[in-house]
Each structure stands twice: as C-alpha cells, then as structure tokens.
Design a protein around this ligand. Structure first.
Ligand SMILES: CC(C)(COP(=O)(O)OP(=O)(O)OC[C@H]1O[C@@H](n2cnc3c(N)ncnc32)[C@H](O)[C@@H]1O)[C@@H](O)C(=O)NCCC(=O)NCCS
Ligand SMILES: Nc1ncnc2c1ncn2[C@@H]1O[C@H](COP(=O)(O)OP(=O)(O)OP(=O)(O)O)[C@@H](O)[C@H]1O
Length: 197
C-alpha cells in the first residue's frame, strides 16, 4: 500500500525545504506549484484561457506569462484570484492524480503531494494523511519578505489570500514546527517518517 501524504503550509512556511529533505530520502514529491507552472506554458489550454481572461497585458515580450504582473493582480483581488484558480486548478489536479497513480503502480511506500492550497481547495480527499509545515506569522512574514524581496504590504496580501496557519493546525494530522533551525525541522521529519512508514 502506498501512503499518500498531503504536505501543506502557507506561502514561505517551508514546504520546499521539507520536500528536498523527503527527496533526499528517495520519497517522490509531486509539486503542485511546479505543475501549475507547466500547465500554463505557451499554447497549453490553461494559457489560452488566462490570456482570454486577463488580456495580453499580462504577457512578457516572449509571450510567456508575466508571473509577477499576474501575481500583483490576483493577490489584490479575490474575484480575479478565483478566476485564475478556476482555470489552473483543474489541470493541476488532473496531473497530480496521474503522478500519484504512477507511484502507486510502482508500489512505493509513500508519495507526497506538496499542495499549498490543500485545505482551501478542499483536496484532502485525494490524500490519506495531511502534514502541515507550521511557522508563526511573524517568522512567515520575515522569511517571505527576505526570500522574495517583497515589502510588508506585498507579503501581507499574499499571506491574507490563504487560510492562516493557526487554522490549518486544527485541520492537520501531523505538524512540523519550522520556526526553529533547519536541523530541528529535519529531526521532526525523521521522527515522523519513522512513526508512519
Ligand atoms: C499568481 C502566480 C502567477 C504568481 O507566480 P509566482 O511565480 O510569483 O509564485 P508561485 O507560483 O511560485 O507561488 C508561490 C506561492 O504563492 C502562493 N499562491 C499561489 N497561487 C495562489 C493562489 N491562487 N491563492 C493563494 N495562494 C497562492 C502559494 O503558497 C505558492 O506556493 C502563480 O502563483 C499562479 O499561477 N497561481 C495560481 C495557481 C495556484 O493556485 N498555484 C498554487 C498551487 S496549485
Ligand atoms: N528553519 C528555517 N530556518 C531559516 N530559514 C528557513 C527555514 N526553513 C525555510 N527557510 C527559508 O524560508 C524561505 C521559505 O522556505 P520555502 O521556500 O521552503 O517555503 P515554501 O513553503 O516552499 O514557500 P512557497 O509557498 O512560496 O513555495 C526560504 O528562503 C527558506 O530558505
């Protein structure tokens, strides 16, 4: 039996950091953010729909989507965010399920789905267990501003577009506290894997 683990958190809470640790252990991670980039490549159905909805102003000279520009639009307008979600999410879900099937066919012990919006998009039914990477809001804000070079307002808008992590805590089967050092996070992950695999 392959256990399907939904890895979630908030923006800049540490999902990619934990994904890398999982991959180092040979566990397959299906990354929703990565798939969401692939399904909007030039000429893909979702790309065409995005251009139709948001106009050619959101394209760069080489016709690829200007992600910074689209992000500024959708993180400050909930309706537009929902429009983008309704275009991108079905294609992401389909590809993720395909990759999970591949892993099940290989009879792997586990496959991890890294999905930032696991709870918001009501996708918990596609996983067996949910694992939250938790940080407090201050740490999340600091790390997001530092990593992306956002000012406080830009960081806050992005955080506010997601369910707060203290609410996700209540919904999760397992929690890794990523406020401390990378070493402490790694230890929590190793202890958890020992328990569930
Ligand atoms: C708006 C876009 C173009 C901005 O691209 P950018 O390269 O700046 O950010 P990236 O894709 O790396 O996302 C960074 C983080 O933002 C958060 N985020 C992204 N999209 C959303 C959204 N629709 N709602 C809430 N948070 C989101 C996630 O935590 C994600 O990990 C892009 O995020 C996008 O296409 N979003 C819609 C698809 C989506 O929901 N992706 C998230 C998982 S499926
Ligand atoms: N324990 C830690 N100590 C210090 N910095 C950390 C720690 N964990 C993660 N970081 C840093 O915080 C930032 C966010 O981490 P990461 O990219 O793993 O988050 P994420 O949840 O994958 O983000 P996103 O939702 O945007 O994809 C990165 O710059 C990362 O290097």
């Amino acid at each position: 039996m392959t256990i399907v683990i939904g890895l979630t958190g908030g923006i800049a809470s540490g999902k990619s950091t934990i994904s890398s640790m999982l991959q180092e252990k040979g566990i397959r991670v299906v990354d929703a953010d990565h798939i969401a980039r692939v399904v909007v490549e030039v000429g893909e159905p979702a790309y065409n729909q995005i251009v139709e909805e948001f106009g050619i102003e959101i394209l760069k000279e080489d016709k690829t989507i200007n992600r910074e520009k689209l992000g500024t639009i959708i993180f400050s307008d909930e309706n537009k965010r929902q429009t983008l979600n309704s275009i991108v999410h079905p294609a992401v879900r389909k590809e993720m399920l395909k990759q999970v099937e591949e892993e099940k066919n290989k009879q792997s012990n586990a496959v991890v789905l890294d999905i930032p919006l696991l709870f918001e998009s009501k996708l918990t039914h596609i996983v067996d267990k949910t694992l939250l990477v938790y940080v407090d809001q201050e740490t999340q804000m600091k790390r997001l501003m530092k990593r992306n070079g956002y000012n406080e307002e830009e960081a806050k808008m992005r955080m506010d577009s997601q369910l707060p992590l203290y609410e996700k805590r209540e919904l999760s089967d397992y929690i890794i506290d990523n406020n401390g050092s990378i070493e402490s996070t790694k230890k929590q992950l190793n202890d958890l894997l020992e328990k569930i695999l």
